[in-house]
Write a protein that binds this ligand. Sequence first.
Ligand SMILES: NC(=O)c1ccc[n+]([C@@H]2O[C@H](COP(=O)([O-])OP(=O)(O)OC[C@H]3O[C@@H](n4cnc5c(N)ncnc54)[C@H](OP(=O)(O)O)[C@@H]3O)[C@@H](O)[C@H]2O)c1
Length: 408
Amino acid sequence: MLKKIAILGSSGSIGTNTLDIVEQFPDRFEVVGLAVQQNIFKLEEQIRKFHPKVVSVADETQVNELRTRCADVAVEILSGEAGAVAVATHPDVDLVMSAIVGFAGLVPTYEAILAKKQIALANKETLVVAGELIMREIEAQGARLLPVDSEHNAIFQSLQGHRREDIAKIWLTCSGGPFRLYSREQLEHVTAQDALRHPTWFMGQKITIDSASLMNKGLEVIEAHWLFGVGYSDIWVVIHPQSVIHSMVEYRDGSLIAQLGAPDMRIPIAYAMAHPERLDIDVPKLDVTAVGNMSFDEPDWDKFPCLRYAFEAGKIGGTMPAVLNAANEIAVEAFLQERIAFLDLSRIIHDVMEAHDVKAMSSLDVAIEADRWARKYARICIDKIGGKSVTIEATLDVPGMTLPQPEN
Ligand SMILES: NC(=O)c1ccc[n+]([C@@H]2O[C@H](COP(=O)([O-])OP(=O)(O)OC[C@H]3O[C@@H](n4cnc5c(N)ncnc54)[C@H](OP(=O)(O)O)[C@@H]3O)[C@@H](O)[C@H]2O)c1
């Protein structure tokens, strides 16, 4: 059966890999909608190749140029967050590939769930920020959530045919990133360019930095908690530099079921898109005889405190994971702009979490306000490090949520 899809974040790493699968199976998938932030050149190429009915550009300043460039094409061109929501909820769409990076993916994904779409979820931040709300709505709407993140896709595959109540533990594998073997002293001096050289995966910039700080694994721990209903004490992170085993489920009889494969995101993407079928995709296959040895180590919690903070935020719950996520997004942006050092990432996240007054995650508005508060506070922390003056408002409009002033 032809599946009609919308791709949120179509110009990114997951988005383009998704379109590669569509291109390989034109009789299985049809593109109805595409959404990007600002890359109208890539979007124009995609419009001409895949003929979507509707597209959206979040950056309103770019949309008129796209309209001019695509004047000869029959496509509806929208903009802003409302545009991405319209793409995600278009009546013709069966499956939404949620692959916007960061918090910006939350609202369109949430609206797609309310519209009862199947969701292939790459945007882990949606579950980190508002996992409780999202899982509640998935249940209420009878929507389907299919994990795309390779670890969660591996767990999802390893759960097929097994009972949830038999799970003893989840083992989330982690490559360890480019700085696995660095000392703390060496970490003081690494640059964004060093961090962008991931040893096994080729991904967008934000997730690549998160992989270097192990925040990506921390976000994945929270994602796994919500997706599979497993407590934080039963989610274990293991460093596996070869990135061949994508994660494992341990059952109560001591059996471990794992999923292995080449480190190529098209494998989990295709599995989520075609579930429960498997597609004969054209990707490099894993030759286990060429892998040689595989190794497994405990993470270094002191060298990579972001992982610890994510566990803590998850255990605290409420608005704390949203705050962790927002502080991380702002800190990563500053690190990419070379305004802060690598080890400042965890310092900023720590300071923002410590200043936060946790609220219950009772609505999407609470999530949005917690995100806004944490972004502002993180900017204050960054300005302090850079010695710049603080120019933001001191109080937010959420009752009971007051922005503490930084010490000078
Ligand atoms: N890459 C991977 O291998 C991988 C693996 C597992 C999970 N993930 C998750 O998948 C998500 C995407 O990662 P990625 O590596 O593909 O990121 P990426 O390469 O940086 O791409 C991000 C995409 O999101 C779009 N975007 C950003 N803000 C937007 C907004 N406000 N509205 C609409 N579109 C917006 C970007 O558009 P522009 O190009 O116009 O900026 C781009 O298409 C992240 O949550 C990441 O954690 C990625």
